[in-house]
Ligand binder design. Structure first.
Ligand SMILES: *[C@@H]1O[C@H](CO)[C@@H](O)[C@H](O)[C@H]1NC(C)=O
Ligand SMILES: *[C@@H]1O[C@H](CO)[C@@H](O)[C@H](O)[C@H]1NC(C)=O
Ligand SMILES: *[C@@H]1O[C@H](CO)[C@@H](O)[C@H](O)[C@H]1NC(C)=O
Ligand SMILES: *[C@@H]1O[C@H](CO)[C@@H](O)[C@H](O)[C@H]1NC(C)=O
Ligand SMILES: *[C@@H]1O[C@H](CO)[C@@H](O)[C@H](O)[C@H]1NC(C)=O
Ligand SMILES: *[C@@H]1O[C@H](CO)[C@@H](O)[C@H](O)[C@H]1NC(C)=O
Ligand SMILES: *[C@@H]1O[C@H](CO)[C@@H](O)[C@H](O)[C@H]1NC(C)=O
Length: 411
């Protein structure tokens, strides 16, 4: 016990000297084993001073703040997965805050104005700040520049419940829809957002802008962050089908191929190849079980989530060590069992998920499917999806293309 408290004291001195990261890390290593094996509560409970105790609990993980990163790719079901966190009133959830960084470093032709490495660095820095509930760095990326820490241009603010409810927005009695929030709340006072953020013990951020888990290594290794990554993947053939109907312009040549049945001469295959390269690079790292990912990483196939959302959501909550909230069950029930409304937006999550998950099999010409299978051969096998070699096989839903596989989190 004494052992623990003096180390925490030393820690505070070090922290205030600004020698933060390495000091915390090395001190954490020196915690003696009887101390380390106690639950953080017992370990830190005897400390009288609240701040010191909070720091003790923080450094020791479990009882401190929890930070979650949903790492996904466009059109892989990440909005839905994000909702499992957004709908939980104990979680401060942000939807794609990295959009602002990407937007800042993209020219009018849609091309990046800085190199990939710098962009990834900027992403990491912003994430770190946001997890600390510091929104100042974000202000530098919002266009137009916020005035007096107030902005009307916070990307998809309505997708974040915490930004649509008090204290950030007091205009809504019962927040239901994103559009309603945007209309009624209008501005975001980032000072208020930051204060609100600090009152939550769990923060979740969703992003489709980080290509691989390897890019998150320095954040995962930072003991102050207590970061857990939920890596969402989806059958690349389904990802492509969804993108073709969502990003019609960008995927024009794919759509021509789909409707004509003939492969166009000029087609940018990197659009789909990159998805698979990113998946495979992440999976190779994860399957190798490096120590830095221990207890920090969970792979989720969207298909498993869509088929049995309640079960998968429970698995995810258990892995993170989050308490289940009553309202989540009814939210899942309402949003995965609904009949598809013709009015539902492309980004809506309200669909009968178990049925729509294999819809792509009716949306792609066999030639496109085979092209993806060639390019993504390794990735498709790694994730346990099955290949098809005829249209008949492709369209026959009584034969699932999703092999039952359990990807146990590495703990
Ligand atoms: C410390 O925490 C306890 C219990 O959470 C609370 O009653 C007390 O007022 C806090 N003390 C200070 C100085 O904040
Ligand atoms: C933003 O919120 C802070 C904290 O409540 C407040 O002091 C400030 O006046 C607000 N700014 C504006 C422009 O409303
Ligand atoms: C959806 O509804 C069916 C039948 O009413 C029920 O068996 C199933 O458990 C529900 N699924 C979810 C995820 O709530
Ligand atoms: C769908 O949109 C149409 C036209 O905008 C509207 O008349 C109809 O009531 C909407 N249906 C639902 C279920 O919202
Ligand atoms: C591809 O073409 C088929 C048949 O013309 C069509 O039903 C389907 O919606 C198209 N797929 C996409 C992704 O647009
Ligand atoms: C994937 O690639 C491997 C090695 O190149 C090959 O043996 C296998 O047949 C391929 N599978 C498919 C479905 O193309
Ligand atoms: C569809 O697949 C099932 C199961 O593999 C098979 O028994 C059935 O004959 C197939 N139907 C057609 C039309 O190919």
């Amino acid at each position: 016990m004494m052992e623990c408290s003096w180390k925490v004291l030393v820690l505070i001195v070090f922290t205030s000297l600004g020698i933060q990261y390495t000091a915390i890390k090395s001190l954490r290593m020196t915690f003696t084993s009887p101390c380390r094996n106690m639950a953080a509560e017992n370990r830190c409970g005897h400390i009288k001073d609240n701040v010191t105790r909070a720091l003790c609990e923080d450094v020791n993980g479990q009882q401190g703040r929890k930070h979650i990163l949903i790492l996904a790719t466009a059109r892989s079901g990440s909005s839905f997965l994000g909702q499992l966190f957004n709908q939980n009133p104990d979680i401060f959830y942000l939807y794609e805050p990295l959009y602002h960084v990407q937007n800042m470093f993209t020219n009018s032709n849609g091309l990046p104005t800085i190199d990939r490495r710098s962009l990834l660095g900027a992403y990491r820095d912003l994430l770190h700040n946001l997890y600390d509930c510091d929104f100042h760095l974000l202000e530098n990326y919002i266009k137009p520049t916020p005035k007096d820490h107030v902005t009307y241009s916070f990307f998809r603010r309505g997708a974040s419940k915490a930004l649509c409810t008090p204290p950030v927005c007091n205009q809504l009695e019962d927040f239901q829809q994103e559009s309603q929030c945007v209309k009624k709340c209008r501005k975001v006072n980032l000072t208020l957002a930051s204060t609100a953020c600090r009152s939550y013990r769990t923060m979740a951020i969703k992003t489709i802008r980080i290509p691989e888990i390897n890019h998150m290594r320095t954040l995962v290794e930072d003991p102050r962050l207590n970061l857990k990554i939920i890596h969402l993947v989806r059958d690349p053939r389904a990802v492509l089908a969804s993108r073709m109907s969502t990003f019609v312009d960008q995927y024009r040549s794919y759509n021509i191929w789909n409707s004509s049945g003939r492969k166009p001469h000029s087609i940018d295959l990197s659009l789909i190849r990159n998805v698979c390269i990113d998946y495979s690079n992440s999976l190779e790292t994860a399957f190798g079980r490096p120590s830095w990912l221990k207890g920090k990483y969970m792979l989720v196939r969207y298909e498993d989530l869509a088929r049995d959302p309640m079960k998968k959501a429970t698995n995810i909550y258990n892995f993170i060590g989050l308490q289940w909230k009553e309202g989540l069950s009814s939210w899942i029930e309402e949003n995965t069992n609904a009949t598809v409304s013709p009015n539902s937006s492309k980004f809506a999550t309200n669909r009968k998920s178990s049925e729509t998950v294999e819809n792509w099999r009716f949306q792609l010409h066999l030639g496109i499917v085979q092209m993806v299978q060639d390019i993504c051969n390794t990735t498709i096998s790694q994730l346990g999806y099955q290949f098809v070699d005829s249209t008949q096989q492709l369209r026959n839903l009584s034969q699932s293309l999703v092999e039952p596989r359990v990807f146990l989190p590495f703990i």
